[in-house]
Design a protein around this ligand. Structure first.
Ligand code: UTP
Length: 290
């Protein structure tokens, strides 16, 4: 069983739910306190043992590449000013993994974006971390999925139970329990009508896939919204060989929606070593006025 050392972060979506913020600024670069969302995602992958990361971008997302590159002038300025800690934090961003970029030339859906990673992935299993889903927790969610891959040898999806209203906008999974927070996944359906809901478990933000997914993606026609859906390809995997679902620990923030951005900002700020105490004091005063 090959272990997972590569990850793909699709970040080429148009982000229409957070316009106009995402018009010129990719939603993956929106800050949560003092780091862009995509940095939390890269850090999660690195903490899970991933060494090689491909970020899928498109026109107008060059700023993501700049973020993970050196800024020589800034580094020299910080060094000259003796701001060693800030400099070390900045340099860590450029050096924590081998990060490469590829452009998805047309925004044809998440499945199409992942298909762009074929030559990077080669013949290895790989993790997919959706570029607008930040998951914060002591045990990196990506690592929890990689362990399930090593244990069961099937593709793995990160899953959570959602409400009946939400499941109709997400995808619904047919699951049977394996042990603890692990499930066997045998089927899935995208945006089910109420009579076709398989369970309230949905895929949220993370998966580990075998390289065979690329042949399946090549055969996957456009689905919901006219886009090539990763879920449709994973459905073929689930029905043919089964997948493993990990009801991961950690809090997930949807940076593709306005409320998710606000929740991430508030909760991360409250725990932040530099501003946490002052922010908590400010919030306590603010809630009195609500
Ligand atoms: P979403 O469907 O949440 O992103 O895709 P979106 O299309 O940007 O969203 P809205 O509906 O317009 O607001 C999940 C992840 O997949 C990436 C997105 O950047 C996001 O991180 N994605 C999506 C791509 O890389 N390419 C695509 O064609 C679509």
């Amino acid at each position: 069983m090959k272990s997972v050392r590569k990850a793909v972060i699709p970040a080429a979506g148009l982000g229409t739910r957070v316009l106009p913020a995402s018009k010129a600024m990719p939603k993956e670069m929106l800050p949560i306190v003092d780091k862009p969302a995509i940095q939390y995602i890269v850090e999660e992958a690195v903490a899970a043992g991933i060494t090689d990361i491909l970020i899928i971008t498109n026109r107008g997302k060059g700023i993501i590449e700049d973020h993970f590159d050196h800024n020589i002038e800034l580094e020299q300025r910080l060094a000259a000013a003796g701001r060693d800690q800030v400099l070390a934090d900045l340099q860590r961003v450029n050096s924590m993994a081998n990060i490469t970029f590829i452009r998805q030339k047309e925004t044809k859906g998440l499945g199409h974006a992942v298909a762009c990673a074929r030559s990077f992935v080669g013949d290895e299993p790989f993790a997919v971390l959706y570029g607008d889903d930040v998951i914060i927790g002591d045990d990196p969610a990506c690592g929890q999925l990689c362990r399930a891959w090593e244990e069961y040898g099937h593709g793995v999806v990160g899953i959570k139970e959602v409400t009946r209203e939400q499941i109709q906008k997400y995808c619904s999974l047919a699951v049977s329990p394996l042990r603890d927070n692990l499930y066997h996944v045998t089927d899935m359906i995208e945006k089910p009508s109420p009579d076709r809901i398989l369970s309230l478990f949905s895929i949220l933000g993370r998966c580990v896939l075998p390289p065979s997914i690329f042949d399946i993606l090549d055969q996957t026609p456009p689905g919901a919204g006219g886009e090539i859906q990763l879920t449709d390809a994973m459905c073929v995997l689930a029905q043919s060989e089964g997948m493993t679902g990990v009801d991961f620990t950690g809090t997930r923030y949807d940076m593709g929606n306005k409320l998710g951005i606000l929740q991430a900002t508030c909760e991360v700020a409250l725990k932040h070593p530099e501003v946490g105490t002052d922010f908590a004091a400010y919030l306590k005063e603010l809630v009195k006025t609500l």
